[in-house]
Design a binder for this molecule. Sequence first.
Ligand code: UTP
Length: 299
Amino acid sequence: MTVGTGHKGGRPKKVKKAVFPVAGLGTRFLPATKSLPKEMLPLVDKPVIQYVVEEAIASGIEKVIFVTGRGKDAIENHFDRSIELETLLEKRNQGSLLEVVQHISNMCEFWYVRQKEPLGLGHAILKARDIIGDDPFAVLLGDDVIHTDGTPGLRQLMDVYEERGKSVIALEEVPAESTSKYGVADPEWRDGPLCKIKGLVEKPTANPPSNMAVIGRYVLTPGVFDFLEKVRPDAKGEIQLTTGLNAFCAKEEMFGLLFTGRRYDTGDKLGFLKATVEYGLRNGEMGREFASFLRSIKY
Ligand code: UTP
């Protein structure tokens, strides 16, 4: 057995567990996020986090682990049953709404662990270590929403993992002037959308190693935890996931995948507005009317 790769010689283990770190403070979206988690902001009629959980389930995930923090109870309540609401909808014969509400808590198994202080994304993921054990796992950032017309974003990474048995992280090409906002991949080689990663640089201010930015989807082997444990806090006191992954990829092969689809950073005000407009336009019930409304706006 290869220790810590989540992979026993032959075929890699299936990825069944996904970690959703949702303990951040969402300062880019204040004051809206003072008491409301940014993951609960609605895109048309569903909170952002539900789109991301649905993507995970459509990809084959069976167990969702939320890493929560103070003020995030709304997320737990959203994925829990609401008996009073269900009883009321039943009494009122509102069967289709009842189904919508019940579907949310029945989607899969939900687990919660607490990050007592927001000490960084790497620190949040470490909180799930005991639940993950020796299994490969996915990480999805609850404010990065990915729309695809075909294979869900996470499934694209899982397909690469199942073929190679190594960690795979989602990448997106960004304009050169934006690389300083992201973790950026340093590829050893690139073959179409796939690359082998030899290093990662967090928010490079000069000479980015590529224009391939790390976005909020990862499939990781459990060996990563030992590297996260060793990451020292940065100047802001945070344990960065990118720093842990940079050390990890020097020891164990790691791949990057330029996923097919469109990503929206809904933790950012402009990203959220863009997502709202595009999801509104795609909506079967009101998309056409919304499009004609948008065409009528003069500004
Ligand atoms: P972000 O930096 O995008 O989220 O972290 P944030 O810190 O909530 O937002 P801003 O920058 O202040 O607006 C990426 C993800 O990691 C989680 C966040 O909830 C988000 O989903 N995170 C971040 C944690 O769970 N714990 C942390 O300590 C930091």
